[in-house]
Design a protein around this ligand. Structure first.
Ligand code: AMP
Ligand code: MG
Length: 468
């Protein structure tokens, strides 16, 4: 098997990374190999090569491993130097359709960016990334993908001793808001411009000739991110760590840490053990979208116009539009979920009123069961508001709504108790529950009995921990 690398980041952006090899895994054992993704990338991978190459035990020919530098605002506080503290970018490959992808190892050992960390990852969190990102992909939500997970044969220390693993991650790129912040913060305008030009060439080549390519680039990133967060909200997804270093320029969901899906609808839902203030709560995500993009805009100001006042005005013009663009993207998501054809003035109120009516009811099942309204009642503690809402919706949605709703809303999501059950078993060496879960979430519209219902009561106060 071969992988043909073409490593533009390492070649074109010297000074933005450190070149160093991953730690070789002592006893690599392949846990997951994503065959559909390999096919999409034009790779035919055999298990032995996959186990070695995607654990750092050996390098595929043409790989040029590097750790990328980036900065970032973490929970609102700026860290001027984060960077790949436990990841190695092996390089880039070009898929048969011409799209370019990064292949990165995560959990592959310490780098000069590691600070206090051990550079490692445990089996559980890496498998969580697989299952959540595969579900995103199945739902058509832009996301980085997992090509493989390899157990390293090492034990690592967290609260307890855990089996170590490396994830091979595929991304449109690993450029983050934080990548721009790293160079902007140093006042290194030349390097900042090099990164911006690279990002435009890679993600928005049509903009290279625009009057103001950097402003157009900001506009493009805003558009992608507004749509992404709207997709998350439609699925009840809570990322958990929307730090600026975890926001990708490509518009893909990246860095699945303490993420999870909301079950009973509650806008303030938080799962992450470290999110004490609810900064990244479900309903705050659209606000953080704007906050993070403002940080990106600040970095681009020196490139947008030589007159700083004019540059700030131009950037602010775009930032002021974010809330409206997000709202439109969200409304498009909601129209689809509600099976509404075309656009009607009352659609926004219809969607907003549903949220009010469904307080506490299971997010996923409420939408799914709109196809069979008689089955909705048991989901609600108090059905009166929903009872009043349903005829309004039925009048607007009209013929064929049941089918459209069933095609837009998943029956199966990675429910927290199923994810936990699968990761716990995998950590103990039993991959069967994980494989069953993966099969189910890859076909989210297929009603598989064992995956349909929320956790039995008692699982309500689910807590997730950072993916370390
Ligand atoms: P994250 O919260 O996973 O997005 O990571 C934030 C920063 O912490 C990044 O710079 C990571 O590379 C670094 N990091 C996270 N976990 C580890 C670890 N176990 N060892 C070293 N660095 C880490
Ligand atoms: Mg991160």
């Amino acid at each position: 098997m071969t992988m043909i690398f073409d490593n533009t980041y390492a070649r074109d952006l010297p000074g933005t990374y450190l070149r160093l090899a991953p730690d070789p895994a002592p006893a690599p054992q392949l846990l997951v190999l994503n065959h559909p993704l390999a096919a999409r990338l034009g790779l035919t991978l055999d298990d032995g090569d996959a186990a070695r190459w995607f654990s750092g035990a050996s390098l595929p020919p043409g790989a040029d491993p590097i750790a990328q530098a980036y900065a970032g605002h973490q929970f609102g506080g700026f860290s001027p130097q984060l960077g790949d503290g436990r990841a190695h970018l092996l390089g880039e490959i070009v898929a048969p359709d011409g799209n370019r992808f990064d292949i990165q190892l995560k959990g592959s050992g310490r780098t000069p960016f590691s600070r206090g960390g051990d550079g490692k990852a445990a089996v559980g969190p890496m498998l969580r990334e697989v299952v959540i990102s595969e579900f995103m992909a199945a739902m058509g939500v832009p996301t980085t993908r997992a090509l493989a997970v390899v157990a390293t044969g090492e034990e690592i220390w967290r609260e307890t001793k855990l089996p170590g693993a490396v994830l091979a991650r595929v991304a449109a790129s690993h450029l983050r808001v934080g990548t721009f912040q790293f160079f902007a913060n140093r006042g290194d305008k030349a390097q900042l411009k090099a990164v911006a030009d690279y990002a435009i060439a890679r993600h928005d080549p049509d903009l290279a000739g625009a009057d103001s390519p950097y402003l157009a680039f900001l506009d493009a990133v805003i558009g992608r991110q507004a749509k992404l967060i709207a997709d998350w909200m439609g699925l009840g997804f809570i990322h958990g760590v929307m730090n600026t270093d975890n926001m990708a320029i490509s518009g893909e969901t990246i860095d699945y840490g303490p993420c999870a899906f909301m079950e009973g609808y509650a806008p303030g839902t938080v799962f992450s053990s470290i999110d004490h203030t609810g900064r990244y709560a479900y309903a705050n995500q659209p606000l953080i979208l704007g906050w993070n993009l403002a940080r990106l805009a600040e970095t681009l100001v020196p490139l947008i116009d030589s007159d700083p006042d004019r540059a700030v005005d131009l950037a602010n013009g775009l930032l002021e539009g974010i809330a409206g663009r997000y709202r439109s993207a969200w409304l498009a998501v909601m129209r689809k979920k509600l099976g509404l054809v075309g656009e009607d003035e009352g659609d926004a109120a219809l969607a907003d009123d549903l949220l009010t009516a469904m307080a506490g009811a299971d997010w996923t099942l409420t939408f799914r069961r709109l196809a069979t309204p008689a089955t909705l009642r048991p989901l609600f503690e108090d059905f009166s508001a929903m009872e009043a809402w349903l005829p309004r919706w039925q009048a607007r949605a009209g013929e064929g709504a049941a089918e459209r709703v069933a095609q837009a809303n998943p029956a199966v999501i990675p429910r927290n108790h199923k994810v936990e059950e699968a990761l716990t078993a995998a950590t103990d060496g039993d991959m069967a529950p994980f494989e069953a879960l993966l099969t189910a979430i890859r076909q989210p519209f297929v009603e598989r009995e064992a995956f349909l219902l929320p956790a039995p009561s008692g699982f309500g106060s689910y807590v997730t921990y950072c993916g370390t």
